[in-house]
Ligand binder design. Structure first.
Ligand code: NAP
Length: 248
């Protein structure tokens, strides 16, 4: 299939988990994928998978919390491919702990990476997308931004911040043909959730209406919809993809 033929997209957090699955999927649908992780060697497997799926892959390394990383990524895409059509700001981290004991470092790291990173990337793609009068942005949120989660005040606050960022950007950029949305997964089987204590894991799984945790691939269709031709009239929204976890 090629409904994203030649679509030039930056996917952060592309070395593993959800971002790796999205990078592969977008390539399989015709996109050229720039994938970012903290280290270039972390992207080798994704690069091979994207190329096997028939796509071009541009590996990019950096810390998304650093504004210079975003500027450099967009410059590299412009040099390689002449522009940027899409952004999936997916890189994220957790530093869990109860509020009473949460260190300033854990707060700072999570907010700077999950919220600051999305801001820097969104800002960096805005100028080229405005010039093109077209662009699609997906910020990777989390359903816990809507329902809260004990032990994740920093993470929930950062992810909730993405909602305001997406809505404001959608209002500012809509007139230039740019859409900005949040995809909010529930519980996804990745490295991020593999270290949860078994009890917490089972408690989370028990809440999911569809009876199982998500696989990274479960996020691919919703993200591709928002980036592709059928999603062009959706902006400023939070699309919850949680198998019914948040239904109560
Ligand atoms: P993951 O398996 O832990 O992978 C995280 C990815 O982000 C890796 O590619 C990692 O690169 C990259 N990354 C982390 N910090 C970075 C930084 N400072 N700069 C650049 N890249 C960085 O995570 P995941 O489960 O796939 O989660 C992906 C996104 O979905 C995150 O935003 C997460 O909050 C969100 N989410 C996940 C779940 C879930 O249940 N898993 C649920 C809701 C939302 P390296 O390999 O180089 O470290």
């Amino acid at each position: 299939m090629s409904d994203l033929n030649d679509f030039r997209v930056l996917v952060t957090g592309a070395s593993r988990g959800i971002g790796a699955a999205i990078a592969r999927d977008l390539a399989a649908h015709g996109a050229r994928v720039a994938g970012m992780a903290t280290r270039i060697e972390n992207l080798e497997a994704t690069g091979r998978a994207v190329e096997e799926a028939g796509g071009d892959f541009l590996p990019l390394a950096g810390d998304v919390a650093d504004p210079a990383t975003a500027t450099a990524a967009v410059a590299a895409m412009q040099e390689a491919w002449g522009g940027v059509d899409g952004l999936v700001a997916n890189a994220g981290v957790t530093r869990d702990g109860l509020l009473l004991r949460m260190g300033e470092d854990d707060w700072e790291t999570v907010v700077r990476t999950n919220l600051g990173g999305a801001f820097h990337l969104l800002k960096a793609v805005t100028r080229p997308m405005m010039k093109q009068r077209a662009g699609r942005v997906v910020l990777m949120g989390s359903v816990v931004a809507l329902i809260g989660n004990p032990g994740q005040a920093n993470y929930c606050a950062a992810k909730a911040g993405l909602h305001g960022l997406a809505r404001s950007a959608a209002l500012e950029l809509g007139g230039r043909g740019i859409t900005v949305n949040v995809v909010a997964p529930g519980f996804v089987e990745t490295d991020m959730t593999s270290e949860l204590p078994e009890e917490a894991r089972q408690a989370m799984l028990a809440k999911i209406a569809l009876g199982r945790g998500a696989r990274p691939e479960d996020l691919c269709g919703p993200v591709r919809f928002l980036l592709g031709p059928d999603g062009g009239y959706v902006t400023g929204q939070v699309l919850v993809v949680d198998g019914g976890l948040s239904l109560g």
